[in-house]
Design a protein around this ligand. Structure first.
Ligand code: ADP
Ligand code: MG
Length: 703
């Protein structure tokens, strides 16, 4: 057809069938701007809908497709308004439950009609129940069409549905003619042959729509295709790092030799540093006394005492007449750091300032003025540190806490602030999520790494208990005891559904129940639907003990210090990653009191889930946990999931794929002369963060 639009990889998604401005915005949140991006929006896992399960054979927690006749439906108002619908086949009866529903939806559920439903059954009394499952209604005699292959599950954003995104992805494959599709292949044939890489178009097709024969063993089937993409991603990373190293070699840094202020700093501390901390401080001091800019990562478990290290090196820099900046991902954390550093530096007559988005414009102006002066000082802040109006003079050191919470471009923006001539600041990144050794030696080779291996002496281990969630009553009693003993409690209910709204409802209903049974306590609630300001206010009330029990989704992860928090209860612990559980557990036991962590799970637990919870119960060593965490996941589970770390990988997993590294390095050196435009395309494919992508998109528009 002559007037059929001619689609390219970089044709915008707006205008595809079903994509108006609202959908366009949602796709952008997922990093999808053009048709080519759709092809690289990869599934996180697969669902098996090829066979239906008889109701009598359902297993708790195992996803299933069932079919049956509608028996009855009912709207009840006890507690939360909800709609239930009973469904049976010849083997048994199950129930569907909805908290959000329309009248239309209610009317369509006609007793005697057939219904097909897909979801995860949960045991409730003697029956199985599906909460908010997907379903189709037929007539009394319908036969539902059979699904022949595995169904990919894509990362979503609020208001975007699986069916919509898979529809768009297959549309993208169909709209691009062969020559356009072929241009996706960026690796030369010679490289593909010598490293036995599949063709990328084949691999993408298989990953998006696995053929029927893959149903019995998807992991094995998909592995070569994953390897192809992971190889390309690692290769791109390597090419990028090689280029960065070349660019960086032209930057120099100020030298900061020994000063008396450092002695004064140590003199006023109420504790002495551990030998681990002293070793790290001397590693950093050596870097600071050098004209090559420091680019160092400090990794140390929660509570290992990274802040005092940050303080001591600030002393070296300020003692030499320069400024040091410490950036943290949240206002509360920035405030805590500011408070800590002020107690250390006020007696030494050194200014410590706090710059966050909350300040009014007069306060901000006063700070901008000070940081643009010659005076040495310490500045603590959030993202506000690299806003346009902030201009620095003599910024000699940048420290970034919880670095994985910042994007590369945000760290770069702050570093930019320190630049003058060919000089820029030394950089220290801090993280509590340790990087496994295999990884440290490979992809992170552009960074020097310091490690705090041991916690300060006298720190009490958080005792961890793994308990079935049928024993809630006991736990509620325990909470009462902790409260009467003057302690504070976290109750974490993590996201299991893919919706912030449902997550909020779950958290809210727990909070309501707990305040009902423990009326003497002040129960607070924090979840992802609150604004930054609201979250901050709730956290602050908890820090100041106005709230005794804080019910939270996983938004509390980051390093906030509440010394009286001595108990944390984590629900559905079997659904969380080990490192994440360890981080959450690190929220308690930060004072000198005994602390406990209770991991609640739902029965039945798979063998692997048991093993994982046992690891958390029996060890408090974050390094060991991180290694085991990566080992215990299967390839299918890793598909396309983003991991936190300095470098965000889309698909590569350094535990699974680390054996590729020597080959990747080899390929990178063979590709020294890769044409610039091809390099750009690779960077754009694998390294762009949605935010940057929108910037580059905008500049294209104005060209
Ligand atoms: P993190 O590494 O998680 O950021 P912090 O820096 O917040 O840990 O330190 C946790 C607690 O340990 C703080 O209260 C800090 O004052 C204390 N601390 C740090 N170093 C030592 C030490 N050498 N001896 C005793 N307490 C210490
Ligand atoms: Mg910290």
């Amino acid at each position: 057809m002559p007037d059929e639009p001619n689609y390219n990889l970089d044709s915008p998604v707006l205008g595809l069938t079903g994509v108006g401005p609202t959908t366009e915005r949602k796709l952008q949140q997922l990093g999808i701007y053009c048709i080519g991006d759709l092809l690289f929006h990869l599934p996180v896992r697969y669902q098996n809908r090829t066979q239906s399960t008889r109701i009598g054979q359902l297993q708790e927690g195992r996803e299933a497709l069932i079919e049956g006749l509608i028996d009855s439906k009912n709207i009840s108002y006890g507690g939360r308004r909800n709609l239930t619908c009973r469904l049976s086949d010849t083997s048994g009866t199950a129930q569907l439950r909805f908290f959000h529903f329309s009248k239309q939806q209610f009317d369509a559920l006609k007793p005697g009609y057939k219904l097909q439903c897909f979801g995860t059954p949960r045991k409730r009394k003697n029956n199985f129940e599906f909460i908010h499952p997907e379903y189709k209604i037929g007539t009394a005699f319908s036969v539902f069409p059979k699904v022949e292959t595995l169904t990919p599950v894509y990362p979503l954003t609020e208001g975007m549905h699986q069916r919509k995104i898979s529809g768009l992805i297959s549309a993208a494959f169909n709209l691009l003619d062969n020559s356009k599709l072929e241009s996706i292949e960026l690796l030369p044939t010679s490289i593909r042959e010598s490293f036995k890489l599949t063709n990328i178009i084949d691999s993408l097709r298989v990953i998006h729509s696995p053929p029927r024969k893959a149903t019995s063993d998807i992991d094995q089937f998909i592995l070569p295709h994953l390897r192809r993409l992971a190889f390309e991603e690692l290769l791109t990373q390597k090419i990028y790092l090689n280029q960065e190293r070349k660019n960086n070699s032209r930057w120099h840094a100020y030298r900061f030799p020994y000063t008396d202020l450092k002695e004064d700093f140590f003199g006023q501390l109420s504790f002495s540093l551990t030998s681990d901390q002293l070793k790290v401080v001397s590693e950093i001091e050596r870097d600071l006394n050098h004209v090559t800019p420091m680019n160092r990562l400090l990794q140390g478990d929660v509570g290992s005492g990274k802040t005092v290290i940050a303080g001591s090196i600030c002393a070296s820099v300020v003692g030499n007449g320069y400024k040091a900046a410490l950036m943290a991902p949240t206002e509360l954390l920035a405030e805590q750091h500011h408070k800590t550093l002020s107690t250390w530096f006020n007696p030494l007559k050194i200014d410590t300032l706090l710059l966050t988005g909350k300040l009014n414009s007069a306060e901000k102006k006063a700070i901008y003025k000070k940081i643009n002066s010659d005076r040495p000082l310490i500045l603590v802040g959030t993202h506000a540190l690299f806003q346009k109006q902030a201009k620095f003079k003599k910024l000699g050191l940048i420290i970034i806490d919880e670095q994985h919470r910042f994007g590369v471009e945000q760290r770069e923006a702050l570093l930019n602030k320190s630049r003058s001539g060919n000089l820029h600041a030394h950089q220290l990144l801090m993280t509590a999520t340790p990087i496994p050794r295999t990884l440290a030696m490979t992809a992170y080779s552009q960074l020097d790494i310091s490690t705090l291996r041991h916690l300060p002496k006298g720190r009490k281990r958080v005792a961890t208990h793994v308990i079935a969630d049928t024993r809630r009553d006991e736990i509620v009693r325990r909470i009462g005891d902790v409260f009467r003993g003057g302690g504070q409690i976290y109750w974490v209910c993590p996201l299991i559904e893919e919706s912030k709204k449902l997550e909020k409802e779950a958290a809210k209903s727990i909070a309501d129940k707990l305040s009902e049974v423990l009326p003497e306590m002040n129960v607070g609630l924090i979840h992802g639907k609150l604004s930054e300001q609201e979250k901050h206010d709730v956290m602050e009330s908890f820090v100041n003990s106005r709230i005794n029990l804080l019910v939270a989704t996983t938004v509390i992860e980051v390093g906030v210090d509440v010394p009286d928090a001595t108990l944390i209860v984590i629900e559905n612990a079997e659904h969380l990653g080990l490192s994440q559980l360890h981080q959450l557990r690190g929220r308690v036991g930060r004072g000198d009191k005994e602390a406990n962590c209770i991991l609640l799970y739902q029965n039945p637990l798979s063998e692997i889930a048991k093993e994982r919870l046992e690891i958390i119960r029996s060890t408090n060593d974050g390094f060991k946990i991180a290694e085991l965490d990566l080992k215990l996941r299967g390839p299918g589970e890793f598909l396309g999931k983003r991991q936190s770390g300095i470098i965000q990988f889309k698909i590569a997993n350094l535990m699974r794929d680390s054996h590729l590294i020597p080959e990747v390095n080899d390929a990178a050196s063979q590709l020294r002369d890769l044409p610039e435009p091809t390099k750009e395309l690779l960077f754009n494919r694998w390294m762009m963060i949605p935010h940057l992508k929108s910037l580059s998109q905008k500049s294209n528009e104005t060209d």
